[in-house]
Design a protein around this ligand. Structure first.
Ligand code: F0G
Length: 462
């Protein structure tokens, strides 16, 4: 039985008011679904999936307070009441006076980089999430990843594997500072396991960026999980509230981009939040051009209202305590049965080191992809490869742009699955591990030129 911090069995801090049936298809139907989908979990239909751990983005359950906010949404084109609610929530929770809504996180990135990055520029980050990287590239700039070396080690229990390497950041700004459009930090760092960034590291990175006259931004999609992990892991933070810590994190930054589909628990939405009015005005022009007028940004008034409420709930400690414990319990269950997982557990999911688990498969036959297919085959579980297929090809050489690890992410939607359902996931992993030598690799039968993982099709190798 999984225990929580107080020694009692881990239990959801909410009860269910509305339910959605899920069904496990029989094995032959799952096999047929895989064939039809070209062995690509993105191409499975929702009704073919039993437990959907593809993403924690836009898949969380809203609270009754969010649903009632939705009903009260004000649909005025300009200056709506719901926008004002969002402004207040952003000010209260994050401390930023200006907010530019966008339809989701990548739209916030689009607006930010269109305004700030130009051809030949650099953008530094601990680890760029793929949409962030794509928007930096689309602006003609080059993304530079500066995560600490511990962040590339799946083992070892360094508590802040999302930290940015301060020495490398300082050197980059010293040598090429004029070219650096913006310094960012992604909290938590999605690409290496939902790993947190310490407050100490955020403060130091902010100081370095500002000393070199550069802007410092956060990619804040999972800021509340990051703040909770700071409270749990960073010296001197245990007695402080998550809300205070979140404020301190934001106080380091000139602004943030937000995919509100993660910690703020809406099905769609995002924003850029800013401290400086001049900067807000510069970005606003692009927001209006790409997203819509500055007080709705591609969202309905009701979406803004649900988002404002969700942002406040994001830092609610009983929610975070349960959520992070639930992720930790799945992490521990997989570790206990010998599945190699990225450690320590992160904030929003469990990442399996598929390259190690399927070490009989060379990287060019995609062990991460193969493992993600097996989760569906074994128990109708959908998850996602974060490895060679996702990384794509190096544009200059045309070769696979091998990332450090071939990972599979089991992302846990917020407030959706029970402990018993996640026990199914752990059991599936145990059974896959037992038959791992029989798992074959894959080859492309269709490989799109960009963002290939979404639409690619594969055939198993003999
Ligand atoms: N930044 C981070 C750290 C993200 O994880 C994501 C999305 C985005 C930005 C982009 O936000 O999807 O609202 O446009 N991550 C999703 C995921 C897709 O599954 O991790 P978006």
């Amino acid at each position: 039985m999984t225990m929580s911090l107080d020694g009692w069995p881990l239990a959801e801090p909410y009860k269910t008011k509305m339910i959605e049936w899920i069904e496990l298809l029989p094995a032959p139907q799952r096999e047929a679904a895989l064939r039809r989908a070209g062995y690509n979990p993105f191409k499975l239909l929702a009704q073919e999936v039993y437990i959907d751990l593809l993403t924690d983005s836009g898949t969380s359950a809203m609270s009754q307070e969010q649903w009632s906010a939705l009903m009260r949404g004000d649909e005025s084109y300009a200056g709506s009441l719901s926008f004002q609610e969002l402004e207040r929530a952003v000010r209260d929770v994050l401390g930023f006076p200006f907010v530019l809504p966008t339809h989701q996180g990548r739209a916030a990135e689009h607006v930010l980089f269109r305004a700030l990055a130009h051809a030949g520029d650099l953008v530094a980050n601990n680890l760029h999430f793929d949409t962030t990287k794509a928007h930096v590239l689309a602006a003609g700039a080059t993304p530079v990843d500066l995560v600490v070396p511990e962040g590339e080690d799946p083992e070892g229990d360094f508590p802040f594997k999302g930290n940015i390497d301060l020495a490398r950041l300082d050197a980059l700004l010293r040598d090429e500072g004029d070219r650096v459009a913006v310094v960012m930090t992604t909290v938590t760092s999605n690409n290496n396991g939902g790993q947190p960034v310490s407050l100490e590291n955020l403060r130091a990175a902010s100081e370095i960026a500002h000393r070199h006259g550069r802007l410092f931004f956060l990619d804040a999609a999972r800021f509340a999980e990051n703040a909770y992990l700071i409270q749990q892991r960073e010296r001197g933070q245990a007695s402080r509230s998550v809300a205070e810590i979140a404020h301190d994190m934001m106080a380091c930054a000139d602004g943030c981009t937000m995919s509100a589909k993660k910690d703020p628990m809406v099905n769609i939405g995002g924003f850029v939040a800013l401290r400086d009015e001049d900067l807000y005005r510069r970005l606003r022009d692009f927001g209006i051009l790409y997203e819509g007028y500055a007080t709705y940004g591609g969202l309905a008034g009701r979406d803004l209202a649900a988002l404002a409420q969700g942002l406040r709930e994001a830092v609610y400690e009983p929610h975070l305590r349960y959520r992070v414990a639930q992720v930790g319990a799945l992490h521990q269950a997989l570790k206990d049965c010998g599945v190699p997982v990225m450690s320590p557990a992160g904030g929003h999911g469990v990442y399996i080191d598929a390259g190690r688990m399927l070490d009989h498969l060379p990287r060019d036959v995609f062990p991460g992809w193969a493992l993600s297919v097996e989760f569906y085959r074994e128990r109708g579980i959908r998850c996602v490869e974060i490895g060679t297929v996702l990384a794509g090809r190096d544009p200059s050489s045309g070769e696979h742009d091998y990332p450090p690890l071939d990972l599979v992410r089991l992302a846990i939607p917020r407030r959706v699955y029970s402990q018993a359902q996640l026990a199914q996931v752990a059991e599936a992993a145990r059974r896959i591990l037992a038959r791992r030598r029989d798992i074959a690799g894959y080859r492309f039968t269709y490989e799109p030129a960009t963002l290939r993982h979404f639409a690619a099709e594969f055939a198993p190798l003999a």
